[in-house]
Write a protein that binds this ligand. Sequence first.
Ligand SMILES: [Zn+2]
Ligand SMILES: [Zn+2]
Length: 406
Amino acid sequence: MSCPTCQSENPDVAAFCHRCGTSQHASSGSTRTYAVQSSEGVNQFAVISTIMPHSNRETADNYRWAMIVSAVLIMGATALGLLPIAIAAAAFLVPIAYLVYIYDVNLWEDAPAPVVAGLFLVTGVLASLVSLFFFVWVFADEFREFGTAGRSGMESFPIVPLLIFAVLLPVVAELVKNLPGLLLARMPQFDDMIDGLTFGVAAGTAYAAFETIVLYRSIFTSGEIRTEQGLATWVVVIINLMVVKSLVYGTATGIAVAAFSGKGEGYDGLTAFYLKNLGFAMLMNVLYWVGVRLAANLPYGQAVGLLWGFVVLVVLVIRIRVMMQAALLEAAVEAAAKADPSKRETFVESFCPECENMLLTGSHFCIVCGTSVRSSSHQARRTMGAPGESPSSASDAGAATTGGAS
Ligand SMILES: [Zn+2]
Ligand SMILES: [Zn+2]
């Protein structure tokens, strides 16, 4: 049976083409499976598998539970009024979970901890400087107007502060969030679009954390450990900071840096595609902040702002999935057409990290579940065998793969 898209020969049992990932059952167009995590659809709102594409079904569940337990503990601290602890933990929950993920899947074995720690710290320093510049050094008076505008409705809403903090700042911040990721995505060992996405998410979530600390600095310097007033509002604010803001920043920057990496080998650089996605990332950040700032003057404003942020996040997550899907499939069709072996396909006998069926040699996709070989971690990829590597190293890497799946 030959594939209708790329004409590669596939076994008759194949549900997906092993070269280009096209579904071999013509009628399944409406339920497209996501090539990064084949148990999910492309248009499914699943955060973990979107921002952690190298996790498989079981490891993704571990992260999900670890985050839920931590979030509950942070909400508990908030309910007790322990705001300094709750805000610091909420700010850093997602970025630290992300660092653990990067370390855990051993994403870049040649340049491990220092690269990621460097990205985190450089972004943190830049985020702190930009936040201090806007909130403390230059526009402190304008920022105070948000508070003094009171609850008198929309007519008296401070328009200049809105332009500064909900339009200008998000645009500047997006450029700053992009910078460290772009520098890394230029390096040949990080040229995959999934690497670009990962750097962007890491930088975006780190930026969000440091900005939150600067923004709420008075909580840390007041000397008060416990607060008793307005805790219901604080619960909502902290959910927004911990989950929504962090992920909106992370996913938006992830989209931009992934577009900079591009779908093929090597990085695409400052193309129209990158500028379009950078603009999209800026727009989503502006929409998020305009919504949150405007909602703050409404009754139940914090809750309205939280819901609004969630809507923005859904749009961003779906956008990443559609973009990754298109990139993985298009790059594979191009590679299949060229028919020369790429460094991203399998060389020796190996197994799909998702469904554990055997992969054909020269695979870009699992013929059973359609998972892209590129979404598996480097540990798993090592078992697939790289050219020039001795077959004996496959045994210990095999242990690593089964360890990761358990
Ligand atoms: Zn094909
Ligand atoms: Zn599979």
